[in-house]
Design a protein around this ligand. Sequence first.
Ligand code: SF4
Length: 193
Amino acid sequence: MNTLPLLLERLSTLINQTVRDDAARHGLLPIHLLVLGYLGRANRYSDLPIAIAEYFGLTRGTVSQTIAVLERRGLLTKAADARHGRRVHLQLTPQATQLMQDTWMQRLDETLQTGPTGGSAAEQTLRGVLTQLQRLNQQRPFGVCQHCAHFQAGGTASAHCGLTGEPLIDDQPERICREWSAPVTMKTPAPAQ
Ligand code: SF4
């Protein structure tokens, strides 16, 4: 019997408990912490309220309330988009960045680093599983930029996005994007109708 589904369920439950504990320590709800974690890893196309709603499957009203709480707590700021007048980017404050230094994500990362392959074997397997489940789910997949079908490494020039044509500088290739698309080699056959 394949025990991987059971392991994943147990991990998921454990992570949920840890997120609840971490959030409670800071007087926050779990979704507040999850949104901060997401924004800390989102790229410039994805640090938007609509992207938060899509990523977590929340209503726009819930997202607005969450953003309002995080702003009041001094954990989030809004920045107008220089090119798209009504678009607002959400950014972590230094206080939020510091708060996120000691959360379940860091502890999980440290645990994975102690494994024989530093987590790379597990990462590859889990990425494939995630891609297949996202495909069945038929929602926006989201994913890390440098694993996207549109990512152009750029050789000696800087990396850029094949979808928007814009350069991807600094740590943008390592960030999560709502426009992410699975490379052909990761795509799986559509489920039978
Ligand atoms: S290459 Fe893909 S993931 Fe990266 S910015 Fe472009 S669309 Fe987003």
